[in-house]
Design a protein around this ligand. Structure first.
Ligand SMILES: Cc1ncc(C[n+]2csc(CCOP(=O)(O)OP(=O)(O)O)c2C)c(N)n1
Length: 467
């Protein structure tokens, strides 16, 4: 009988209505690996003492699944976060989990230095020979000749280097206690992976030091194969470059001396004096908090940037805080912009004064967060199924239509900019925004004319229809 491991939450709260499924594609190795970790954690009785550091990449949602302490690290930094954790909570068990783009590229030095110091954590390295979440680009581990979206003719090792063999590199270091490479391509291999994962966690339970397990893992979506085909690629092609083996097991030796850390309060650390040009306060400028949201690719982040840039040119205090989801397909993006006459406390926004939503998921998600007196503007073609909270003004706006009619169908974001300025929601003259818009296209001057036309047409429409 297949039962859920006690190391997993009973329900995955990631999406309403889909509480028993993960976000992984069929045939992906991440789910198997996380199941092995969850089982081992529960069986070893360390679940309540474990802090799991998730990466950026397809495994970014681990914290929805694993029922232990969870920290989400920035891209490439899971090992660095784990290195910090072992210093401040030396009596806990720390686990870092990273993909091969995450660990092998942007995060390599953090991982390498942690291994070189022998920091006491279990380090799981999921190698699928490409960047999975972002659409299958070439990673440091991509095989010679392997086709990816950024090596469409096959990886040329002369110009891009040989596949990075992380176990072999780490095996040159003195301090790692355990290094093994395993695979989850079939059930026989999964049984070996299970043992290696357990071993790495046992080493943590016994406080014996740094344990590194590389796990070869299929990615059917980006390997452009079905589940069996991707598994065969892992066993037949990847294993040739990355042979499965135990590199070392020194867990029988004397444990290393624990790290001694000088305890400092967080206040001490962050209260460093700020040196820089102070911006004068502008008491007459009211603070406005904006949320721009839609699908990735709709120009949401740029819309926020143009406004932030214009406000900053006017000497106002500004913050711009982007956020994009980790799902490979259909992900939403948003950014929070605060413009103020005074220093800004936090760039994060829970209750925007002004919401701009370009797709249905973001309209549904953010409309209920707009406080009374706030304004929500959304792309007219999106069906409004949510009810606006009391006291919130809601404007559908034909941004896509205006953009298309003015010859720049991708400039719906610019149409919304025109709408915002005309409604007086940006507290600045249109001229200021025209200049910021032109600056934003410095690298693509051909787009300036079309965007300015859309901007002015949208202003005209807003003036006629909304004022
Ligand atoms: C600083 C930064 N740069 C780039 C990205 C975009 N990004 C998201 S995940 C990812 C890499 C994912 O690849 P990998 O680590 O191999 O994990 P997988 O998705 O294959 O499991 C990248 C480049 C980001 N989130 N942050």
């Amino acid at each position: 009988m297949i039962v859920r491991s006690q190391g997993f939450y009973p329900e995955f709260e990631r999406k309403a209505g889909r509480k028993r499924t993960t976000h992984y594609c069929a045939g992906c190795g991440h789910g198997i690996i996380q199941k092995l970790i969850a089982e081992a954690m529960a069986d070893l009785g360390i679940q309540d003492d474990t802090v799991f550091v998730s990466p950026v990449g397809c495994a970014a949602f681990c914290y929805y699944y694993l029922d232990c302490g969870n920290v989400a690290g920035p891209h490439g930094r899971a090992a660095a976060v784990a290195s910090g954790l072992v210093r401040v909570i030396p009596d806990k068990i720390v686990v870092a989990y990273q993909g091969d783009g995450d660990l092998g590229a942007i995060g390599f030095n953090n991982a390498f230095q942690a291994a070189n110091r022998g920091d006491g954590f279990a380090h799981f390295f999921v190698n699928n020979a490409l960047y999975g979440m972002t659409g299958g680009q070439m990673a440091p581990t991509t095989l010679a000749g392997q086709k990816t979206t950024t090596s469409p003719y096959g990886r040329d090792v002369v110009s891009t280097g040989e596949p990075l063999k992380v176990c072999e590199v780490f095996d040159q270091l003195e301090r790692p206690v355990y290094i093994e490479r395993v695979s989850v391509a079939d059930s026989k291999r999964i049984m070996k992976a299970r043992k290696a994962i357990r071993k790495a966690l046992e080493i943590q339970k016994e406080g014996k030091g740094y344990a590194f397990v590389e796990i070869l893992s299929p990615c059917p979506t980006n390997m452009k194969a079905d589940a069996m085909g991707a598994a065969a690629f892992v066993s037949e092609e990847m294993e040739r470059a990355f042979p499965l083996r135990l590199f070392r097991d020194r867990s029988g030796e004397e444990p290393p001396r624990p790290i001694e850390v000088e305890a400092r309060s967080i206040d001490d650390i962050v209260s460093a004096d700020y040196e820089g040009d102070a911006i004068d306060d502008l008491p007459d400028v009211r603070e406005r908090r904006y949320k721009f949201s839609g699908f990735g690719g709709q120009g949401i982040l740029s819309l926020g940037l143009v406004i932030a840039d214009a406000a900053s040119e006017m000497g106002r205090h500004v913050s711009w805080f982007p956020s994009y989801g980790p799902e490979q397909r259909g992900g939403s993006a948003s950014c929070s912009v605060v413009v103020s006459g005074r220093e800004i406390g936090s760039p994060a926004i829970d209750h925007p004064d002004v919401l701009v939503a370009m797709n249905q998921p973001s309209l549904e998600r953010f409309l209920p967060t707009v406080p009374p007196g706030g304004v929500a503007i959304y792309e007219e073609s999106v069906p409004l199924e949510a009810t606006a909270p009391e006291g919130v003004t809601v404007h559908p706006f034909p941004a896509s239509r205006i953009a298309a009619e003015n010859g720049a169908p991708k400039a719906a974001n610019t149409a919304l900019l025109g709408c915002l300025v005309e409604l007086g929601l940006l507290d600045m003259p249109g001229e200021e925004l025209r200049r910021a818009l032109v600056r934003s296209f410095a690298a693509k001057p051909k787009l300036v004319e079309g965007n300015l036309a859309v901007f002015e047409a949208a202003r005209g429409h807003a003036r006629r229809e909304l004022l």
